[in-house]
Write a protein that binds this ligand. Structure first.
Ligand code: NAD
Length: 334
């Protein structure tokens, strides 16, 4: 046993593995777990794009490859966070062009990780599902979407990404049932914040909006997909992590929503970013991949089960994100 492990054992330090540690939420989660005193191993296809990782160990490799997954599970973890997925914003998920990759890669990752989680007897495993599992038929009215947890069935997600997430939720639950694996499942709803993809096609609406406004001159024009009347809610990443950690520490398996109930239209999101930037730009509505008409989190279950729900205001989270993206743009321009 090496020195680090001996010290950890004495102090009852916990070992965590974050799959997807090179990504947006995974990167923040590694930092949070380190702050809480965990010894953290990260695994991802790539190192974190924007930060030096806070993880104690970091494996770079492909989690669809069982041999790589064997290598990552070289010790017993108290907690595993499975966040790795082939994903992106609407421009990646809704065009249809990436469907087979999305389904194959993400399902393989989950199958491989679950196999090793059982084999190595991990303490608990967290799975990040998505609001995209909810049926399209409940999200047609922008002012009245229905996304309570039990409304997931009869299933009718509007993307293959959503179908894979639903399949993998069931996979995690089956491993819980059949192997006694301690599983926790959350359905994330549009998480945003600094240190996430902000350009290149996989970025989500808040990052894209911040970038477009930051790049634009006063009175300039920015493009918005669709009529901008589709509604969404967005959750700041720190709140997401708070929810994840509370869920992991609870006895509740889930699935449970982790999202915001502050619903805005995409046009309103643009107005908010303009207010933060102190800049007025015109919106040009163009054709583009859209997703459902209305979506927001329903936080009744999380409140009931964990006695907590996220409360950070969208504007406050956007302020942090805008200032980070502006700094990235300045860096890129140098
Ligand atoms: P992200 O794309 O930044 O992170 C995912 C990470 O997984 C990436 O770093 C990627 O390199 C890694 N990955 C992908 N395929 C891999 C493979 N084959 N082997 C190893 N690593 C691989 O995304 P994120 O926003 O941080 O999301 C994290 C998780 O939360 C994902 O499972 C995502 O589906 C889920 N989720 C996110 C949101 C959101 O709004 N960000 C909403 C719902 C669900």
């Amino acid at each position: 046993m090496n020195r680090e492990k001996t010290v950890a054992k004495k102090r009852k330090v916990k070992y965590a593995l974050v799959c997807g540690a090179g990504g947006f939420i995974g990167g923040h989660l590694v930092q949070r777990l380190k702050n809480e005193g965990f010894i953290v191993t990260g695994a991802d296809l790539k190192k974190h794009e924007f930060n030096k990782t806070a993880a104690d160990r970091f494996f770079v490799g492909n989690l669809t490859d069982p041999k790589f997954v064997n290598k990552v599970f070289d010790q017993k973890y108290d907690e595993v966070y499975q966040l790795a997925a082939d994903m992106g914003g609407a421009g990646y998920i809704f065009t249809g062009e990436n469907d087979s990759n999305i389904m194959t890669n993400s399902a393989l990752i989950n199958l491989n990780v679950l196999r090793k989680a059982v084999e190595t007897k991990v303490g608990k495993i967290f799975y990040s599902s998505s609001a995209c599992i909810y049926p399209e038929y409940n999200q047609l009215d922008p002012n009245n979407p229905k996304l309570s947890e039990e409304s997931a069935y009869p299933a009718a997600p509007d993307s293959e990404y959503g179908w894979e997430k639903l399949f993998s939720e069931r996979l995690f639950l089956a491993y819980h049932r059949n192997f006694g694996l301690e599983v926790r499942i959350a359905r994330f709803h549009n998480i945003f914040g600094p240190q996430g993809t902000w350009r290149g096609g996989r970025e989500k609406a808040p990052a894209a909006m911040c970038r477009k406004v930051a790049e634009s001159k006063e009175g300039g024009v920015i493009e918005i997909w669709g009529d901008g009347k589709q509604t969404r809610s967005f959750l700041y990443v720190d709140e997401c992590l708070e929810g994840v950690r509370r869920l992991m520490d609870s006895d509740f398996t889930g699935p449970v929503n982790i999202g915001s109930e502050e619903m805005v239209t995409i046009n309103e999101l643009a107005e908010l970013v303009m207010k933060i930037a102190n800049k007025k730009v015109k919106l040009k509505h163009i054709k583009g991949p859209l997703g459902v008409r209305g979506r927001t989190s329903d936080n009744k279950l999380i409140k009931k089960k964990l006695g907590w729900k996220p409360t950070t205001k969208l504007e406050d989270g956007l302020r942090e994100t805008y200032s980070w993206i502006s700094a990235q743009l300045e860096k890129a321009a140098k």
